[in-house]
Design a protein around this ligand. Structure first.
Ligand code: AMP
Ligand code: MG
Length: 544
């Protein structure tokens, strides 16, 4: 069996050291207990006493980020307003109770993290993914960011319950940032307890992976664990506080920087730092932009505008409502992040609001494109101090182009969904007609305008050059998912998981890896049917 050397080293270390004994700092590149004071310094890199020097560089490390950016000068872990830095050093808080592994993503472990799937059976893995131990040589960080929440500037937010436990560069040269979510308090925890409960963690784990297999840019999830530690939540904000269990998702993204990452620096007037952060993001994630280009921030903005429009069009193409489209939840590399009270529509309804805490219905599905524009306008506001007058003007024009970009991507996606080839001036109308009437697909045939729409559609199909019904059907089944993570499906998995039956989490995980293919197990479970009657009353709130 093949083990990555750092893991082999950690296993070797674990075999020789009791859980109680603190690991000497230069013992190996294995796992170390999180220091109780949470502020041990990182050892020098490149020294691997076990001899695997060439692969030592594989170890998880946050060194590159700490080399580039100033780190919070205060190292004690208490809630405060943080200034003049991008990250604070802070260690996860281990759970006190028993920990169970709920699920892992084999694909993430093997293809992104270069791990053998059998690693999931080791106690070190359990310690690692639950924040009980950190990889030797990596110093965990919490990111300082701000954001506009529900339209208003909320000030400092930051990683209040997440720890960036390091960056992993895999055998394909991809750089991935690993984050534990639910791993304890940080300087950004405000009034929170730093924890995440099982139900929201199951939802994030399943949905982020499901989105990936739907072809939608997203953070990924490597693992999900649940503890027996008590976490108290008022799930529906009705005064009914209940005991739940703390859980942790190990999640990955190429970058976790958000619009709010830049906003907080602009608000604090920390422009040098903002420039450094922007240059870092451009250098790492926008390879087509030349660092020497004096218009690079403009080009960056232009790319984020286009890619955010594309992302939201993709969300709409599968009926996904994020639920909390605040600027702190909008990624600068335009991936879907921070899964909370999201929802997939059960039947087409532009007024669909997945989050019952969203009283104003600000983040209803039909408003997501507008909210994207609002968020990008806040990004522009943050960038303005770094732009000259001409660039500011051009940036406003770029923002003006957002709507067109969104509609053209949206139309393209819906044309593909309908199996249309080539261009036709009535295509927009055909799509709008279908959507405007709020037709739930299963009721389509009953709608009074159905035959009118079908006639238009059939006429349009005659303009599909070189096409046939068989070819079209094949194309359409590869873009219209048969299975999506409907609320009732996630809820059913959550209810079982609460009883330590993780079978439906596993089933959904497996089914949603091939969302476009008919699968007997999914059919048996009713995943392609209408939601069961009990699902009508399902509510999802911000509480997580
Ligand atoms: P969210 O809407 O979940 O993306 O979170 C918004 C902000 O609240 C972020 O700064 C989170 O880190 C923080 N937050 C949410 N829940 C908690 C919690 N239980 N403990 C500490 N911080 C939290
Ligand atoms: Mg968030």
């Amino acid at each position: 069996m093949w083990w990555p050397p750092w893991l082999a080293a950690c296993l070797a270390w674990a075999a020789g050291a009791g859980a109680e004994s603190p690991a000497p700092l230069c013992a190996s590149r294995g796992l170390c207990p999180a220091p109780p004071g949470a502020n041990a310094s990182e050892p020098g890199t490149g020294q691997c006493p076990r001899g695997a020097t060439d692969l030592c560089a594989w170890a998880l490390s946050s060194q590159s980020l700490r080399d580039i950016f100033p780190v919070d000068v205060i190292q004690e872990n208490y809630v405060r307003n943080v200034r003049n830095c991008i990250f604070s050093v802070v260690y996860p808080t281990p759970f006190k109770s028993r920990i169970r592994l709920v699920a892992v993503s084999k694909e993430v472990l093997e293809n992104i993290l270069d791990l053998d799937i059998s690693v999931q059976g080791t106690s070190d893995f359990l310690q690692f993914v639950s924040g009980g131990k950190v990889i030797f040589g990596s110093v965990p960080l919490a990111h300082r960011y701000g954001g506009h929440q529900f339209g208003s500037w909320a000030g400092q937010l930051g990683d209040g319950r997440a720890h960036l436990i390091g960056i992993y560069t895999n055998r394909n040269g991809e750089r991935w940032e690993l984050q534990l979510k639910g791993s304890g308090k940080t300087p950004y925890s405000r009034n929170g307890d730093g924890r995440a409960v099982l139900r929201s963690s199951v939802r994030e784990f399943l949905c982020s992976e499901a989105m990936h297999y739907l072809g939608i840019p997203t953070s990924r999830a490597a693992s999900l664990i649940v503890s027996d530690d008590d976490v108290w939540r008022d799930q529906f904000y009705d005064g009914n506080i209940r005991k739940e269990r703390g859980a942790i998702v190990l999640r990955l993204a190429k970058s976790w920087f958000r619009i709010g990452s830049l906003e907080i620096l602009a608000h604090a007037g920390e422009l040098d730092l903002q420039r450094r952060l922007l240059d870092f993001i451009i250098q790492e994630h926008f390879p087509s932009i030349a660092m020497g280009d004096s218009n690079r921030y403009l080009e960056f903005f232009s790319t984020v505008v286009s890619e955010t429009a594309d992302l939201i069009a993709l969300w709409m193409s599968v009926g996904f409502a994020h639920g909390v489209c605040n600027t702190d939840n909008f990624s600068l590399v335009s991936i879907t992040i921070d899964y909370g009270p999201f929802g997939f529509m059960d039947s087409y309804d532009p007024n669909f609001v997945p989050n019952t805490s969203d009283d104003e219905r600000r983040y209803k599905i039909g408003n997501q494109a507008n909210v994207g524009l609002f968020n990008l306008s806040k990004l522009l506001q943050a960038l303005k101090p770094l732009l000259d007058p001409r660039q500011k003007q051009l940036a406003s024009q770029i923002l003006d182009g957002y709507g067109e970009r969104y509609y053209s991507r949206f139309t393209e996606l819906f044309k593909t969904k309908l199996g249309l080839l080539g261009e036709n001036e009535d295509d927009n109308y055909l799509i709008a007609f279908l959507l405007k009437e709020f037709w739930a697909l299963q009721d389509l045939g009953k709608h009074k305008l159905f035959s009118e729409w079908v006639s238009m559609y059939l006429l349009r199909l005659t303009r599909n050059e070189g096409d046939s019904d068989t070819k079209r059907r094949t194309r359409m089944t590869t873009v219209n998912p048969r299975y999506i993570l409907r609320n009732w499906m996630a809820e059913s998995a959550v209810q079982k998981a609460k009883l330590n039956d993780f079978s439906e989490v596993h089933l959904l995980q497996q089914i949603l890896q091939r969302p476009f293919q008919r699968q007997q197990a999914a059919e048996n479970a009713g995943y392609s049917l209408r939601p069961p009657p009990w699902a009508r009353d399902l509510k999802v709130s911000c509480s997580s």
